[in-house]
Design a protein around this ligand. Structure first.
Ligand code: MG
Length: 318
């Protein structure tokens, strides 16, 4: 029997998640958590409005990792296992050489055609080293998650930064592009559009505006054949991850929705507040860490991040 903490739509969900155990709250007392990423045996995540990055491990509990995070939001890892972060305050994407030193950073991108970016929100790295990120205005349209300012670009783009430093605007027709992730074979890119929320806070959702995940075919630094992968409700999709078999785990107002590679709802991890993101971590990479409003949860699963598939492939001798 499924516990009320979970909703099983397809029996597969019971194979994916240990539904006998409720989601376990591992951290509390923040304002708005985002950017979960597993690095060096610890979970790092941002408490965006309080301008700090936190870290958690079973052994040490919760500690402040960085007290001057400048409203940093989405985090991911690059090919060398270094953290790549979106920073609203500096309106840039950074590589953190030392995640606990605010000055140990390299700027990946801060402008496009001479104009400052809006406020990079979420980021993913492809196995060719290209860095893909979204640039909605959530960090410049109020003082909750950044410093109020006019958009210089005048749009909300999805960008791809190539290792030579060139920035490509790969999608320019989103309302508010948000989370993004590749399929396991990296032939598809998924990008959330959270246009239905009108500011940095919930509620206030206009369901006539986008609250879906779009899917593209990836051809080098060009995105082709855009289509809607799944409409997400209640709430909007913010951050999400794709697992090793192409199953999509997306945030929503009522927790995490599990979607098949065809976009069908398989099940839900139900949480009491708007959820912002999820990542895979833990010793074996099977633990789901979920940032949800002012709290962080974990759920045991049989899944792994799609990016691990490529890393495993690279490790195997030809
Ligand atoms: Mg986001």
């Amino acid at each position: 029997m499924t516990a009320p903490h979970y909703v099983t739509v397809d029996p597969l969900f019971e194979e994916y998640v240990n539904t006998a155990r409720p989601p376990e709250q591992i951290a509390d007392g923040f304002t708005w958590t985002e950017g979960p990423v597993w690095l060096d045996g610890q979970l790092f995540f941002n408490d965006i409005p309080n301008k700090r990055m936190m870290r958690w491990s079973e052994r040490t509990g919760v500690q402040v990792a960085l007290g001057q995070s400048e409203f940093a939001n989405g985090n991911t890892l690059d090919l060398n296992g270094q953290m790549v972060s979106c920073e609203h305050g500096g309106r840039r994407v950074l590589r953190r050489i030392d995640p606990q030193d605010p000055d140990a950073v390299e700027v990946v991108a801060d402008s496009f055609e001479g104009k400052r970016l809006n406020s990079p929100n979420d980021v993913v790295v492809r196995s060719d080293g290209t860095i893909w990120f979204t640039d909605p205005p959530y960090g410049i349209n109020s003082d909750i998650e950044g410093y109020p300012a006019e958009s210089e670009i005048g749009g909300c783009y999805v960008f791809c930064a190539t290792p030579d430093g060139t920035l490509h605007a790969v999608a320019t027709d989103f309302d508010k592009p948000n989370g993004l992730a590749f399929s396991p074979d990296e032939k598809r890119l998924y990008v959330a559009d959270s246009g239905a929320i009108k500011g940095a806070s919930f509620p206030g959702i206009d369901y006539d505006l986008p609250h879906h995940i779009r899917m593209f075919d990836v051809d080098g630094t060009v995105l082709r054949n855009p289509r809607v992968f799944a409409v997400v409700a209640p709430g909007v999709p913010d951050g999400f991850r794709v697992d090793h078999e192409g199953v999509v785990w997306t945030s929503a107002l009522d927790g995490i929705h599990c979607l098949s590679p065809d976009g069908a709802l398989i099940g839900k991890i139900r949480l009491p507040q708007q959820t912002s993101n999820i990542c895979f971590g833990g010793a074996a990479g099977h633990t789901m860490f979920i940032t949800s409003s002012d709290k962080v949860y974990r759920v045991e699963s049989t899944r792994r991040d799609a990016a691990h598939v490529l890393k495993d492939r690279e490790r195997k001798p030809a």
